[in-house]
Design a protein around this ligand. Sequence first.
Ligand SMILES: NC(=O)C1=CN([C@@H]2O[C@H](COP(=O)(O)OP(=O)(O)OC[C@H]3O[C@@H](n4cnc5c(N)ncnc54)[C@H](OP(=O)(O)O)[C@@H]3O)[C@@H](O)[C@H]2O)C=CC1
Ligand SMILES: O=C(O)[C@@H]1CCC=N1
Length: 290
Amino acid sequence: SLESQTGSRPHTEKWESHTPGTLTPVGPPDDATVPTRFIACVSREQSGANLQKTFGGLGQLGGTVEVFVSRNLEAVQQADVVLLCCKPQLAHLILGESGMKEALDGKLLISILAGVTIAQMTSWVLPSTKVVRAMPNTPCKIREGMTVVSNTPKLAESEIDQDIILKIFSSIGRCRFLDEKHFDACTALSGSGPAFACIFLEAMADGGVMMGLPRAEALELAAQTLQGAARMVLQAGAHPAQIKDAVTTPGGCTIAGLLALEDGRVRSTIARGIQIATERASELGQPAKK
Ligand SMILES: NC(=O)C1=CN([C@@H]2O[C@H](COP(=O)(O)OP(=O)(O)OC[C@H]3O[C@@H](n4cnc5c(N)ncnc54)[C@H](OP(=O)(O)O)[C@@H]3O)[C@@H](O)[C@H]2O)C=CC1
Ligand SMILES: O=C(O)[C@@H]1CCC=N1
């Protein structure tokens, strides 16, 4: 889909970055880099109807969300900032629509597509279009997301564009800038990460169920424990090894459990999962090898 954001203009206030869970953007009420109008684009009528139901009246940043079905060009023409969120293999087609290049002239195009590079997208649009990559993840839905944004030299020159990007993604979780060369790894680690984390979470809950805990309580204990440990790292700055050591009583049950996990090569299995996912991410949106 294409999600277009309109109404962004220059301003001088600094946006507060890395602010997880912020409900409203930090800045003056008339802050011109806060998007005020949203257009969500889809291709199927059914998806359009679903989005209408989801968004109802008011948009998340206080503006309204309009839903356009099969009207990408019209939406982009009306937008200042365009978020590209289709499947990687569709990008070329969508950006190649007649008139799209001109509609994107001078605009900020933010792509969340896995594997599709800035060089590829730049070759599909006019040189004046500012192409940026972002890799968000599904916890953005509850404003606990992690989004990595590519820090291209062009973007580094424009504080306004950086502010716009930070406003969009900091409002739905953490946001940080990293070189594009790291994108496939970020796609695997934080983009796919919720799936990996949930495998671990589910397995912990299964262990509890095996030992007689009711399913719902086992799931709650596992989820809150993972959240608590993660917050100790993010909020209290603890090192994971410190947290592990603090729990591990000599001769106790934690070390017994840890050794069983290590026997199952848990660390290398998880790390290799990220490695393989990174390698696969680099193939997405690329021409198929013969
Ligand atoms: N899933 C994730 O956790 C993450 C995904 N990504 C990236 O996000 C992208 C989308 O993934 P995902 O959300 O899983 O895919 P989905 O298939 O769920 O969503 C794709 C969206 O694109 C719309 N779409 C398809 N064709 C067109 C078109 N021609 N014009 C306008 N809209 C169109 C679809 O609408 P319709 O139903 O009407 O066709 C649908 O809303 C991928 O590039 C992926 O790499 C990035 C980070 C995390
Ligand atoms: O699985 C995928 O390809 C997408 C990219 C990151 C998360 N989901």
